[in-house]
Design a protein around this ligand. Structure first.
Ligand code: FAD
Length: 443
């Protein structure tokens, strides 16, 4: 059996590893457009924050590929012929397959300006891009002045990274609130205080209209929509991500916003599977096909794809999206549906706002929505309920109840006994959640 995997990220490598466990003799080839062995993409954030060196996020050695008898080829797949079961590489070579997995991930939406190729415009997205970001942030004789644009978690990580690299950091926010698709006003203010304490200047209702370069092809500033000019020598772009679908452009595989897959990760073409950021998978919560830009989802989808590729039947059950982030020393855990403002944005707005580490589910709204929310100082606890079930929680600051909430949400526990405590204070509610969770686990 010849297995071909396009993509050397969390989904592709997990699938390869899973296949090898169950098929000791099949040929496994993994293609990578990046000249890099598999690395932790979320780890890039810790690299820019100065917490780990870049080389330390490499997660697989060549010895590992050799031991697993997985052939890693640094080559870009260009097109797929689903009838002949062949993949054409960018260099013109052709590889045939019995089973194919598309795990091409998603890439940062490029800066939408004519001069987007100026030096000093940087992304937190790939190994090579992060090396470039670090070089640009640390370069120059004087302290760099940097602007970051984008409303989601990657932009916020880039802001923190710029600060860590000694850049005078300005964060431009299109709306009047930080991370407005996840935070309510108070939650946003907690983070804002932390950012300002660390020296970030946040500019609300501020949108870049164009970038301006100097004679050496370096960015020297940005023009704003209100006509002002703002000097800067670094622009961090974190305006969202887009599934990488170029390779399937001509082959007729069904897509919506990404590659549509059934619960066995099968695409519309025979013997072709898809997993990870490039796949749009069925979600039992919303009963729709949704996109997750999450590491654990990519791993779980890769495993399910691998099992189905070796001939087993494994149904992928989409878990509730979970992300725990640490931004400016503030712990933030988002579980399930957390959108505070149901009327905001659909379509393109939604597409642009997918950020690394986020999920469509965050922005979906429950049918019989009700919520409970308490905050004290820098701690906030917001619960989202759909009838008698918890469907989402956003925990900011103190994290004591985060694991319990994850359990209650994931297991669709009837939380009626918690209802009397929803209107109490944060500490009492938190204590009751933990007590109730313990009871559930003991039962
Ligand atoms: C800065 C940052 C922070 C993040 N933080 C979090 C977090 O806190 N929590 C979380 O859950 N997730 C986080 N993520 C998201 C997470 O990293 C992704 O969801 C996950 O890596 C997706 O894995 P994947 O295998 O689908 O795709 P990728 O990791 O993107 O891998 C895709 C692979 O496909 C290859 N490829 C693409 N096109 C081709 C082609 N045509 N031919 C050959 N190879 C090709 C690429 O080179 C790459 O090897 C973060 C990501 C970033 C960048």
């Amino acid at each position: 059996m010849r297995y071909l995997i396009i993509g050397n990220g969390a989904a592709g490598v997990t699938a390869a590893e899973t296949i090898r466990k169950h098929d000791k003799t099949g040929e496994i080839v993994v293609l990578s457009a990046e000249r890099q062995r598999m690395y932790s993409r979320p780890g890039l954030a810790y690299v820019v924050m100065g917490e780990v060196p870049l080389h330390q996020i490499v997660a697989r050695t060549q010895a590992w590929y050799d031991e697993q008898r997985i052939t890693l080829r640094f080559a870009r797949a260009h097109a797929i012929d689903t009838t002949a079961q062949q993949v054409q590489l960018a260099d013109g070579q052709t590889l045939s397959y019995d089973r194919l997995l598309i795990a091409t991930g998603a890439r940062a939406v490029p800066a939408p300006y004519p001069n987007a190729d100026l030096k000093g415009i940087v992304y937190l997205d790939t190994y090579a891009g992060t090396r470039e970001l670090l070089k640009e942030a640390r370069g120059g004789l004087f302290k760099r002045r940097g602007v970051v644009i984008g409303g989601g978690i990657t932009a916020l990580e880039m802001v923190e990274g710029f600060v860590a690299q000694g850049v005078e950091t300005h964060y431009f926010v299109r709306r009047d609130r930080l991370w407005s698709r996840v935070f309510n006003e108070t939650e946003a203010n907690i983070l804002q205080r932390k950012m300002e304490h660390d020296g970030v200047t946040v500019h609300y209702n501020t949108e870049v209209a164009d970038v301006v370069g100097n004679w050496r092809g370096r960015i020297k500033g940005v023009k704003l929509k209100n006509g002002d000019f703002f000097n800067c020598d670094l622009l961090g772009v974190g305006i969202g991500v887009r599934p990488q679908l170029d390779v399937i452009a001509e082959c007729g595989i069904a897509t919506d916003r990404a590659i549509l897959v059934d619960e066995q990760m099968r695409t519309s073409a025979p013997n072709v599977f898809a997993a990870g950021d490039c796949a749009q998978v069925y979600d039992r919560w919303s009963e729709k096909h949704l996109i997750d830009i999450l590491w654990p989802s990519a791993v779980a989808e890769g495993e399910a794809a691998g099992l189905n590729m070796v001939g087993q039947t494994r149904h992928y059950r989409k878990g509730i999206p979970f992300n725990a982030a640490l931004l400016f020393s503030l712990h933030i855990t988002a579980i399930g549906q957390v959108n505070p403002t149901p009327q905001e944005g659909d379509g393109l707005e939604q597409q642009q706002s997918w950020s690394r580490g986020s999920s469509d589910v965050w922005f979906t709204f429950p049918r019989n929505y009700s919520s409970a929310w308490h905050h004290t100082g820098d701690n906030s606890l917001r619960l989202v309920l759909d009838g008698s079930k918890l469907v989402g929680a956003l925990v900011v600051g103190e994290q004591k109840s985060a694991d319990s909430l994850r359990y209650l949400i994931e297991n669709e526990v009837d939380v009626t006994p918690l209802k009397p405590f929803l209107q109490t204070d944060r500490q009492t509610l938190q204590a009751e959640i933990i007590r109730f969770w313990r009871e559930q686990c003991a039962a």
